[in-house]
Every structure is written in C-alpha cells, then in structure tokens.
Design a protein around this ligand. Structure first.
Ligand code: AMP
Ligand code: MG
Length: 421
C-alpha cells in the first residue's frame, strides 16, 4: 500500500528509526574492533595492575625505616638487591634494608613503599649506575607511597565496559591490558546504494545530450563508508520496473541490510520505484517539511528496509545526513545518533519558506569562545559548491521565514571529528 504523509523532520526520523533493527553481534579480534559497538558487557578476568609494582625508579623499603629522614640527617639503608621490570623477585626486604627497583617492577616482600631515586644519594643522572652497597635516603615516605597496588585500577570480576560502548583507542587499550583479545561487537551494516534515473551515466562515460553523471551514488557510498558501514554499490537503474527490480535483487543477493536510493521519489517521478516496492514490499511516500529535501520514501523490499532519498545532490546529501546516517548508526548499535549542535550567531540573513531549513555555512569560533556562522553561498538544491565550503548546517526552525544577521540559531556540525571510524 502506498501512503503519502506530511511529516516534520522529527516525525520522519522517528519512523525511519523505528523501521530499522539493531544488527546482530560478531566476534572480532581486538585489533579490528576500533569504532565498533560492544554487543555484551565485558567483565575483567584479571586485576589491573595484576601485582604490586613500583611507580618510580627508586628503592623499595620499609617506610618506618625512613620516617625521620631529611637531607641533613639521611637514613642509611643496606642495599640487598636490584629488581628490573619483568623480574619476579624472591628476596625479602628486612628492617634497615632496601632494594633498587625500576618502574613497573614487582614490589619485593617486606617492602611497603618506594622512594624515588631523586630522593636518594645515588647519582641517578649518570648512565653507569653500579648497585651501591648502601644508600642514603633524604626524605620520609608513607606506606604505599609510589606503589601501585593490585586491582587499584580494575578489580577482577568487575564489569569494565557496558554493552553499547563504542570502542575507542582507550577502550581497546583497557581490553588489551586485561587479556581480552576478542570482543563481541555489532557487525557493520551493509548498505545497498542505488541511483535511479534515465538521465544518469557513469562517472567516466563521455557526456551525451541530456545526461548527467551519477554523483549521488558516489556521495552516498562515501557517506556510508565514513560511518564505518559497508557500501554495496548497485549502480544505476533506468526508469523501468525491470531495471529497478534487477538492482534490488542484486542487493538481496549481496545480503544488504538496508537499501538507500536516490531520485524517483518526487511527485510524478516515482512510479517505477513505487510499483516495484508495492509489489514486493511496502512503501510510504512522505512530504517532509524540510528544505532542502522534502520527498522521502521509506518502507521495505522483501523485508529489507528501504530509504528513498531525493535526487538533487544537495537534497540527497542532507537527507542522508538527517535520516540515513542515524538509521545506519542505529543498525551498528550506536545510541548517539545525532551530530553535535552549537549555538551560533549569524553573520548573514537567511530566508526560508517556512519549512525547517538547513543552510550551508561555515561555523568558526571567535576569540572569547562564541561561535559565528557565515553562509557559504547560493543555497539552491543543485549547488554543490556551497556544500563543499560548509562544515555545518544552520537550522532555521519550522514556521520561521526570515532570520536577520546577528540572530542566534543552532548549527548542526557535519564536520566535527566523528566518533566512528
Ligand atoms: P528526481 O528526484 O528524479 O526528480 O531528480 C531530481 C534531480 O536530481 C534531477 O535534476 C536529477 O537529474 C538529479 N539526480 C537524480 N539522480 C541523480 C544522481 N544519481 N546524481 C546526480 N544527480 C541526480
Ligand atoms: Mg528522475
């Protein structure tokens, strides 16, 4: 059945998100898990640090032995050993004794603190440092000083990462330090990309009268890749049912999780996509009250979610931003689906037709910390250059037809460092 609904951006987004699933998990080696979302919580099987170790190069000793030490009256201790990082010492530090110890080396039995070498009489700046027979200590330390105790950071059994966590370099590092070499993460969405239209030719084909190059296919593949998802290029379908069907069948065979198409969804132009999806799925055609954008189709083809974006390159890119991007992120297990927004002061005026308008702009930070936005030029939905210049989309809310320079609005930052890779 075909429906045509008139929706706000928020309503349309809510419907798209409700129509896509979170994908299942796969187990990956840690070195391939960057940017992925954890599918299950991870509990530590080991403590971190795993054993008491020195935080400094210095001497392990009994704090009581140096309680009154100062530069004027140093404590003098007998040096009974030397422990390098990686060693497993067996000596015991008795009263009046010390053991030289390197950062990360295990604290020997009997010792309860470390004095840094800088607080001792050892000439620590020299490269050649034979083990002295005794050592002068010039200051007091308390028990536990300069010692890292086992489990101080993480206790064995503790849940360290919850399901839904995005694995950044620091999460990868924590997992590695705990001996977790494989992790359950949500798999990458595979997104079929289809361009429709009789006017389209390939990027490297010679131009012919009436033809334009299929740029949307490339833009969308890049947008998908930038989210850490896998684009499955389906090429160009000419405006016949058979052509569209063939491409969609190809997508099913490539096991796509979502179809994204461009063009063929505006009134009067969508018959082909419409009849194919009606025959083997379902489709809703929406008039979304946004600019650029407006026509949007969403449904499913043989059970696979299908998102039809408008054909104009700028509308296609911005509609992808607003609808396909959050949908793909959701499928990949993410819960932070929105780009960051900042409040900006406009340097130019903006007019709108009352739809929620996305104006291409450069947002920059002024001295003092305020953000300002300058429009990047002509805002027609076929004008790509103003997108190339832009790092943000300034949002004019629905119902507003004119915003003067100097006014404040929200900007969607499409270029801030992404949290996925
Ligand atoms: P339509 O949605 O089919 O009415 O197309 C709207 C506009 O977008 C027309 O000017 C099309 O030529 C253009 N267009 C459609 N598909 C693409 C594409 N894949 N790449 C570039 N422009 C396109
Ligand atoms: Mg068309």
């Amino acid at each position: 059945m075909t429906r045509t609904d008139d929706l706000t951006v928020e309503e349309a987004l809510a419907r798209v998100l409700a129509g896509v699933p979170v994908l299942e998990a796969e187990r990956l080696p840690l070195s391939e898990a960057l940017g992925r979302v954890l599918a299950e919580p991870v509990a530590a099987r080991e403590s971190l640090p795993p054993f008491a170790n020195s935080a400094m190069d210095g001497y392990a000793l009994r704090a009581a032995d140096v309680s009154g030490a100062s530069r004027e009256s140093p404590a003098v201790l007998q040096v009974v050993g030397d422990i390098a990082a990686g060693a497993a010492p067996e000596m015991v530090v008795g009263p009046g004794q010390a053991v030289r110890i390197m950062t990360g080396a295990p604290l020997p039995e009997g010792a309860d603190a470390v004095v840094p070498v800088e607080m001792t009489g050892e000439p620590w700046r020299d490269s050649d440092r034979p083990l002295p027979g005794e050592i002068e200590v010039y200051g007091a330390v308390a028990p536990h000083d300069y010692v890292r105790f086992p489990g101080e950071d993480i206790e064995a059994g503790q849940e360290i990462l919850t399901a839904g966590r995005v694995l950044r370099p620091q999460e990868i590092g924590v997992l590695a330090s705990l001996g977790v070499g494989h992790v359950p993460v949500i798999r990458r969405p595979r997104v079929g990309v289809l361009a429709t239209g009789d006017e389209l030719i390939g990027v490297e084909e010679p131009l012919r009268p009436g033809k334009i190059r299929n740029s949307n296919g490339y833009t969308q593949e890049a947008q998908i890749r930038a989210l850490g998802a896998v684009p499955v290029p389906l090429g160009i379908a000419h405006d016949t049912e058979a052509a569209v069907q063939e491409k969609l069948a190809q997508g099913l065979e490539s096991r796509v999780d979502l179809f994204v198409s461009s063009a063929g969804v505006s009134v009067g132009a969508y018959d082909v996509v419409k009849s194919v999806l009606e025959a083997e799925g379902n489709i809703g055609f929406w008039r979304v009250r946004m600019r650029p954008g407006k026509p949007l189709a969403f449904g499913a083809y043989q059970g696979i979610p299908y998102l039809g974006l408008p054909g104009n390159p700028v509308s296609a890119l911005i509609s992808f931003e607003r609808f396909a991007r959050p949908a793909i992120l959701k499928m990949a297990g993410h819960t932070a689906l929105e780009r960051p927004r900042v409040r900006v002061t406009l340097q130019d005026e903006i007019s709108s037709d009352g739809r929620e308008t996305y104006a291409r702009a450069v947002v920059s930070r002024e001295e003092g910390g305020a953000y300002v936005a300058r429009l990047t030029g002509r805002q027609g939905s076929h004008v790509m250059t103003s997108l190339v210049e832009a790092n943000a989309l300034v949002i004019v809310p629905e119902g507003v037809r004119h915003v003067a320079a100097g006014a404040q609005l929200e900007a969607l930052m499409i270029d801030w460092p992404p949290s996925v890779f």
